[in-house]
Design a protein around this ligand. Structure first.
Ligand code: ADP
Length: 165
C-alpha cells in the first residue's frame, strides 16, 4: 500500500502548543508527517534552523504519533518542491482566524499550480490556541510575560536560555 505522507511546513520559531495540536490531530490522517522547518534567515529568527529542528526532535518521541511516523527535517526554497522531493501527497497547514485564511488560500492555490497532485489540508486551530503564534510568544516572553501552557516546557526552557534569563 502507498504511504500516505504529508509535510507540515512552517517557521516553527519556536514550536508552540498550537503547532503540536495540529501535529497530533493530523497524525491519524497520515502514515508519516514530516515537520518541515523552513530555513528563512531573512526573518531574523530567534533560533537557528538547527536549533529549531533539535528542539522539535526532542519533543516528538513524547507525542508518539499513534502509528503515524513523525520526523523533522529542514528545507529552503519552495514548499511544493520540498513536498515533491519527499514524495508527500499533502501539505498540512493550520488556520487560526480569518486573517490566516487569505494568506493560506493564496499559498494553497499557488502550491496547487506548482504541484497539482499535492493537496493542501487545513485543520482549524484548537480554540485554546487560536491566538497563539510564535511571534506573540517571543514578544510576550521577551517582555517578561508568561507563556506557560502555550509552548512546550522544553521550548520555554530554551527561550529562557536564549535570553539568558
Ligand atoms: P509560517 O511562517 O509558514 O506561517 P508558522 O510556524 O508560523 O510558519 O506556522 C506554520 C503553520 O502552523 C501555519 O499553517 C500556521 O497557520 C499554523 N499555526 C501556527 N500557530 C498555530 C496555532 N496556534 N494553531 C493552529 N495552527 C497554527
Amino acid at each position: 500500500m502507498k504511504t500516505r505522507r504529508a509535510i507540515f511546513p512552517g517557521s516553527f520559531d519556536p514550536l508552540t502548543n498550537g503547532h503540536l495540536d495540529i501535529i497530533k490531530r493530523s497524525s491519524p490522517l497520515f502514515d508519516e508527517i514530516i515537520i518541515a522547518v523552513l530555513n528563512n534567515p531573512d526573518k531574523n529568527p530567534m533560533f537557528s534552523v538547527e536549533e529549531r529542528c533539535e528542539m522539535i526532535a526532542d519533543i516528538l518521541p513524547a507525542i508518539g504519533g499513534n502509528g503515524c511516523k513523525l520526523v523533522v527535517d529542514s528545507f529552503s526554497g519552495l514548499t511544493a518542491d520540498f513536498a515533491l522531493e519527499k514524495n508527500a501527497g499533502a501539505i498540512v497547514r493550520g488556520i487560526r482566524a480569518v486573517s490566516d485564511y487569505e494568506y493560506e488560500l493564496r499559498m494553497a492555490l499557488m502550491n496547487r499550480r506548482l504541484q497539482p497532485d499535492i493537496e493542501t489540508v487545513f485543520l482549524m486551530a484548537a480554540e485554546e490556541y487560536s491566538y497563539v503564534s510564535s511571534a506573540l510568544m517571543k514578544q510576550v516572553f521577551t517582555l517578561g510575560g508568561r507563556v506557560e501552557g502555550l509552548v512546550p516546557e522544553s521550548i520555554e526552557r530554551k527561550m529562557r536560555e536564549k535570553l539568558g534569563t
